[in-house]
Design a protein around this ligand. Structure first.
Ligand SMILES: O=C(O)CCC(=O)C(=O)O
Length: 259
């Protein structure tokens, strides 16, 4: 980052992030910006998804193309989304809270289709990032209104300050292969905060912050969001471990006939 954060809004954001392990902008984008963005998402799904590798496109039910669940690395396929992750206010917030230049790593689409969208198991993103130090963030933008019925995000406040990652194991949930195996302690429960909000609500969490989301129990509403992953420049990636993890994951997915 060129200069340290100096304005009061940035200062508050930094303090909140360091204290809680997340920040909230409610909203980050207004309704006309969200209309444009949602139009771009529809275009991407219609024109680009058919050209993407199977390992980047997940469905709740792969025989049903209306049940799109997750997209990976959208910015590698499309200039609009490349600009959004590289050149937007989202990157500025990432640099502010990490106090460093950042490397854009992934842009993901997360959908929970009406009625069948599964819960996101409790996890810490850094567990599978393989970074030292583990300095990275995930931004999460609600593309439509989110609440307890369609599966809003929950954080465990302050969990980014735990010294070690909590134990994780296989979940069997497509797109969230690793989940915490000991989730639900008294501290987890006491410090849980949930984030219902309008389209345009934006969250950003530290890679150690424990988070999860409920299933979509609405019979008629989807729950769509965009995820933005940035690593701090000072974080070193163990590429060998990371590649081995990705290979194992892709093999498991292909073998289990989930993708
Ligand atoms: O959208 C969700 O349900 C989960 C998102 C998530 O886990 C993440 O962005 O790290």
């Amino acid at each position: 980052m060129q200069e340290p954060a100096t304005n009061p809004q940035s200062q508050n954001r930094l303090e909140e992030f360091q204290r809680d392990g997340y920040v909230v902008a409610d909203p980050l984008f207004n309704s006309s910006e969200m209309t444009d963005l949602n139009g771009q998402i529809s275009r991407f799904i219609r024109d680009v998804v058919p050209k993407m590798a199977d390992t980047e496109v997940y469905y709740e039910d792969k025989s049903d193309k209306t049940s799109l669940k997750q997209l990976q690395r959208m910015f590698e396929y499309d200039g609009y989304f490349k600009d959004l992750i590289f050149n937007s206010v989202v990157r500025e917030i990432a640099e502010e809270v990490l106090q460093d230049e950042v490397v854009p790593v992934n842009m993901q689409y997360f959908n929970k289709p009406a009625g069948i969208g599964q819960a996101t198991p409790p996890h810490q993103d850094g567990y599978y990032f393989h970074l030292t130090p583990c300095e990275a963030v995930t931004g999460w933008l609600a593309l439509e209104d989110v609440d307890h019925e369609n599966g809003c995000i929950h954080y465990v406040r302050g969990s980014h300050r735990y010294e070690d990652f909590r134990p994780h194991g296989q979940t069997g949930v497509l797109g969230f292969s690793q989940g915490m195996t000991d989730f639900g302690t008294a501290d987890d429960q006491k410090n849980t905060v949930s984030f219902p909000g309008k389209a345009g609500t934006f969250l950003m969490h530290h890679a150690r912050t424990i988070h999860w989301a409920g299933a979509n129990r609405s019979p008629s509403r989807s729950r769509r969001a965009l995820g933005f992953i940035y690593y701090a420049k000072r974080a070193r990636l163990d590429q060998t471990k990371r590649d081995a993890y990705q290979r194992r994951l892709d093999e498991q997915l292909l073998n289990s006939a989930k993708i």
